[in-house]
Each structure stands twice: as structure tokens, then as C-alpha cells.
Design a binder for this molecule. Structure first.
Ligand SMILES: [Zn+2]
Ligand SMILES: [Zn+2]
Length: 160
């Protein structure tokens, strides 16, 4: 009996899933059982698809489960506060427009930003969410640095 992939090679066993003969190169050992490569691919792809859809609870409001990967400080929300809120459907961020409340709100947004954005808006995937938030963080830093530079220039020109 020869391998069903390599017809010139002697089979060393059969795949426990499809029952086809497989050679030593084709066999894959999973929990003490041998599988052929195509069955391994089938087994490997099914659970990951399922994980993807069940993990993506974005846009479902407060019942949405926050994935572990996106927990943490959100620089974009902290630095851009209400502007970030508009872009991420987090309307509570508009409270940052109120004088004095603004700074507190920015800190709250830094802490809760990822959670709120995940709950309020539908994202394609965790990956998509992280990519978008890192773009916001980048713009946040750019705006922050630019405002310091502008403030510095105004400070110097008024001193002269
Ligand atoms: Zn197989
Ligand atoms: Zn083979």
C-alpha cells in the first residue's frame, strides 16, 4: 500500500480521519493519532473560524464581551477625546467639550476608550479594531506635539 499523496512511497499508516494511506512525510501526529495533511488543514480551519465570529461581539452595546487583546490604555481617545468620540461612535466623549470636565473625561476615555468603542461600533475583527485605534493614537500624538509647538511659538513671539 502506497501513500495517497506520494504514489511512489510506502505508506506507514492510515489517517484516522479519512482512512487514506499516508507515508512518513505526510503523517501528522495529534494527540497520539495520525492524520494526513489535508485532514489537519480541515480540522485546523474550522475552530479558528468559529472563534473569530464568537469573539467579535463589537457593536452589541453593553452586552458585548470585550476581547482580552483590546483591553488597555487608549492613547487616541485620551489625546483626541471628543474628536475620537465622533469617529468611534462614543458620544459620551462629547462631555470632554465642557471646561474642567475635559481633562477628567480625557483620562476616563484613555481607560475606557477601547471598551466603549468596541461596544458602540461594529468592527470587522479584533485586528481591524486594533489597526484603527493605533491610527487614532498616531494622529493623537501628532496633534498633541503640533499643539505644543504652536504654543511654544506663540509663547516666544509674545515674549518678543
Ligand atoms: Zn485524512
Ligand atoms: Zn506522502
Amino acid at each position: 500500500m502506497n501513500c495517497y499523496v506520494h504514489s511512489d512511497r510506502e505508506a506507514v499508516g492510515v489517517c484516522v480521519s479519512c482512512g487514506k494511506p499516508i507515508c512518513s512525510e505526510c503523517k501528522v501526529l495529534i494527540k497520539d493519532k495520525y492524520y494526513c495533511n489535508s485532514c489537519v488543514n480541515k480540522i485546523a480551519t474550522i475552530p479558528s473560524d468559529r472563534n473569530e465570529s464568537s469573539a467579535n461581539t463589537s457593536g452589541q452595546g453593553t452586552i458585548a464581551v470585550i476581547p482580552q487583546e483590546i483591553r488597555g490604555w487608549n492613547w487616541g481617545a485620551f489625546l483626541l477625546s471628543w474628536i475620537w468620540g465622533l469617529g468611534n461612535s462614543v458620544w459620551i466623549a462629547l462631555l470632554a467639550l465642557i471646561p474642567y470636565v475635559g481633562l477628567i473625561m480625557a483620562i476616563v476615555l484613555g481607560v475606557k476608550g477601547n471598551e466603549w468603542a468596541w461596544q458602540n461600533k461594529r468592527w470587522d475583527s479584533i485586528e481591524h479594531f486594533k489597526r484603527t485605534q493605533s491610527a487614532w493614537a498616531k494622529w493623537g500624538v501628532i496633534v498633541f506635539v503640533a499643539s505644543i509647538i504652536v504654543g511654544f511659538i506663540i509663547g516666544i513671539s509674545s515674549a518678543i
